[in-house]
Design a protein around this ligand. Structure first.
Ligand code: ADP
Ligand code: MG
Length: 228
């Protein structure tokens, strides 16, 4: 069974008396073992697609199946459940909380989980996730005491701590130098091998080279979809 199936998905925003078609009929099947890159000019709908796949937003029209369930229209509490149990987010600007330590940042998503145990259990899982990204030696640091590459690895640990089936990464390498780009891509490839689907927005063709599938968007539609 595919991880996610989108059929005729549309997202329309009303701006004044004009409709903006952020997604204008998207058909897409995402398998569990894919590292898919999304390319496309600014305004082509990449982030909107990520928000909808990440249960942050709902489509205006169309159908979405996730793990075989119809999730096209869910009440807010069910959307929140999918966000905290099934999806991990990685952002260009890392979005770590500066007042929290590394391990506290990574444990944070587990606060929204009824099945994550108490503080000690949450911290143990956060430490495990940080070990996986090679940041187990920086548990007590604050984000400001880390390099950009280290911050992004912490953010990846935060994305995987809930054992999601999908990682959504919006320009995750946009603020990194070449060496750290390689390291982050290697980590994402490793997650993919472990069965976590990864969807990655990028402007960088060299980054897209690492993907198993390259999807190009234009004006709210998929213009090209190439598997390799
Ligand atoms: P991309 O990530 O490819 O740059 P977006 O998905 O952010 O594109 O945006 C697609 C289109 O939808 C753009 O024209 C953008 O201005 C519009 N849009 C996105 N979010 C909103 C919103 N919350 N309200 C109104 N228009 C929006
Ligand atoms: Mg965007």
């Amino acid at each position: 069974m595919a991880l996610a199936v989108l059929q005729g998905v549309r997202k329309t925003y009303r701006m004044g008396d004009e409709d903006v078609h952020a997604l204008d009929g998207v058909d897409l099947t995402l398998e569990r073992d894919e590292l898919a890159a999304i390319l496309g000019p600014s305004g082509s709908g990449k982030s909107t697609l990520m928000h909808i796949l990440g249960f942050m937003d709902q489509p205006t029209a169309g159908r979405i199946l996730f793990e075989g369930e119809d999730v096209s229209h869910l009440p807010p509490d069910r959307r929140a459940w999918y966000r905290s149990h099934r999806v991990g987010f990685v952002f260009q600007s890392f979005n770590l909380l500066p007042r929290l330590t590394v391990v506290e940042n990574v444990a944070l998503p587990l606060l929204y989980r009824e099945d994550a145990g108490g503080e000690a259990a949450r911290e143990a899982r956060a430490r495990e996730a940080l070990d996986r990204v090679g940041m187990g030696h920086r548990l007590g640091h604050r984000p400001t005491e880390l390099s950009g590459g280290e911050r992004q690895r912490v953010a990846i640990a935060r994305a995987i701590v809930g054992r999601p089936s999908l990682i959504l990464a919006d320009e995750p390498t946009g603020n990194l130098d070449t060496r750290n780009i390689d390291r982050v891509l290697a980590l994402l490839a490793e997650l993919r091998r472990e069965g976590i689907a990864v969807l990655l927005v990028t402007h960088d063709l060299a980054v897209a080279e690492h993907a198993s599938r390259v999807i190009t968007m234009r004006a709210g539609r998929i213009q090209e979809d190439r598997r390799r």
